[in-house]
Design a protein around this ligand. Structure first.
Ligand code: XMP
Length: 511
């Protein structure tokens, strides 16, 4: 089957990957490429359509990003979005002007629904605008197909050439029917069949990795989380034993996780798997430490040291594999490589590992897409659907200082919590849920005996983005089962509380 590709030419807008996501949601394969891509390369890729993204620049700026003019001579449909529209207008002889003030927000836009771009959507639509420049004079051969009170040419088309452009952002949810606009472009105008599936991404990525890496060597730090596991499996499918995975067991993972990861990577996939048992080392470093930030710092640094020591034993490698996904890239800003917020990623980049280049096969994917790839590759559900787990692990779920006994208590309590959530079929409703071992002890009574034992807090949240979150309303009878089981089955715990604060003002983690 002919590969159908939509090429997204990146002019630096903050929503660019969202465009990619929307296109892929229509089951059409797409790639985001820099605006500096040559016309030869574009021809070689043979796209069925091209999308120009938005971007922060102004077209008359000296260093304004442009792209090869010949794009408009290929006979391929082009959709310009925001800056992309201005660039299209400017390049084809229209006029772009600068408004006195920026227009930002959800605006009512009147659409000409006889245009193929606006087929099957309502004439009055709410669209997200975010621009200062605007198209003032249409290029020859173009007609206006949308307008708003503040933007007289909110969209334009040249039907003969298949050029379309919108000043607003169809890729964001704020634009009602934006998704349909993208669909109209890729399916109706570009004539893509919409038959691409994640398995094709998987296949093409593996092939591209094979071609890139050939018989060279790659190294991957496995954390047991979804992203690094999926990245590692992709690489293992591409280069097999030329991939070495280092899994640092810092002793702060949840119950059974170390064994699960080890089993998968030693029995199901063909890689060199090195597990480093560094629990004692980490616990020694953490002895007596109570400050959450110091814990994070110690764990982050120690992780790098352990990883480096192991990597040194292997010697020089050509590639270092990172499980960076698209939201990590957004956080780090345009064009820079993905430096993730220090506290959000164990380790960051090791300083002394001898490698030539970083490979980030998941860089363009959103979390749910990474999960789909993981499933495709045969990773089990408990890895693929794993809830987020902080790099510093259980260390920031034990309030105050950490020791082995506390770790065991927390692991057992947390395991019971997770097991009951599963038993009650609530896994999908909750975005994150875990137990916290507080540093409070309280008086209880068990049998005839007075106890003075730990207080466990249960935390469960519902959230889209983890920036804000609501505490989950787990039914009392489920909480009751969990509470009874933990107190009965975990020694040294005699009281359970449920955290009913949302974020803000609380954070999701307790430390
Ligand atoms: P908070 O507690 O800030 O957590 O509301 C938001 C999300 O981030 C995770 N988190 C971390 N992840 N290293 C990580 O890799 C960290 O130090 C860290 N602290 C919090 C947390 O589990 C939640 O998903």
């Amino acid at each position: 089957m002919e590969k159908e590709l939509i090429l997204i030419i990146d002019f630096g807008g903050q929503y660019n990957q969202l465009i990619a996501r929307r296109v892929r949601e229509k089951n059409v394969y797409c790639e985001v490429v820099p605006n500096t891509i040559s016309i030869e390369k574009i021809k070689e890729k043979n796209p069925k359509g091209i999308i120009f993204t938005g971007g922060p620049a102004s077209i008359y700026q000296e260093d304004a990003p442009k792209c090869a003019k010949e794009v408009f001579e290929l006979g391929i449909p082009v959709l310009g979005i925001c800056y992309g529209m201005q660039l299209m207008a400017y390049t084809l002889g229209g006029e772009v002007k600068r408004a006195d003030k920026r227009e930002y927000g959800e605006m009512e836009v009147e659409l000409n629904t006889t245009s193929s771009l606006f087929k099957n959507i309502s004439e009055n639509n709410i669209c997200l605008m975010s621009h200062t420049d605007y198209v003032d004079v249409l290029p020859q051969g173009f007609e206006k197909i949308a307008s708003s009170q503040t933007c007289k040419i909110a969209a334009m088309q040249n039907v003969d050439k298949n050029f379309y452009a919108v000043q607003f952002h169809p890729e964001v949810n704020h634009t009602v029917d934006g998704e349909k606009i993208i669909e109209n472009f890729v399916i109706d105008i570009c004539k893509c069949s919409g038959s691409w599936k994640m398995d094709l991404f998987t296949k093409t990525t593996i092939e591209a990795l094979k071609e890139k890496i050939q018989d060279k060597k790659a190294l991957c730090a496995l954390s047991g989380g979804v992203d690094s596991s999926v990245a590692a499996v992709l690489l293992s499918k591409a280069i097999g034993k030329n991939l070495t995975c280092i899994f640092v067991d810092h002793g702060l993972l949840r119950k059974n996780e170390v064994e699960e990861v080890e089993e998968i990577f030693t029995t199901k996939f063909d890689v060199n798997f090195i597990k480093v048992d560094a629990k004692e080392r980490f616990l020694n470093k953490l002895k007596g430490v109570t400050s959450p930030e110091t814990k994070r710092k110690i764990i982050g640094e120690e992780f790098i040291r352990v990883f480096e020591e192991e990597a040194k034993k292997i010697g020089a490698v050509d590639y270092l594999v990172q499980g960076t996904i698209y939201p990590d890239v957004i956080e780090s800003g345009l064009g820079k490589s993905s430096v993730i917020k220090s506290h959000h990623n164990v380790g960051g980049l090791p300083d002394y590992v001898d490698f030539k280049e970083i490979v980030e096969p998941l860089r363009d994917l959103f979390k749910d897409e990474v999960r789909k790839v993981g499933k495709e590759l045969g990773l089990p559900d408990y890895i693929v659907n794993r809830q987020p787990f902080p790099g510093p692990g259980l260390a920031i779920r034990i309030i105050g200082d950490i020791n082995e006994e506390k770790l065991e208590i927390l692991k057992d309590a947390d395991y019971i919590f997770r097991e009951e959530i599963k038993n009650h079929n609530m896994e999908k409703e909750l975005n994150q849920y875990f137990a916290v071992l507080t540093d409070t002890r309280s008086v209880g009574v068990m049998g005839d005996e007075r106890t003075y034992d730990y207080l466990i807090a249960l935390r469960a949240v519902v959230t889209d983005d983890f920036m804000t979150a609501k505490f989950a309303k787990i039914p009392y009878d489920v909480l009751e089962v969990i509470s009874k089981r933990i107190v009965n089955e975990v020694e040294h715990v005699n009281r359970i509380v449920y955290d009913i604060t949302s974020k803000p003002p609380a954070t999701i983690e307790w430390e």
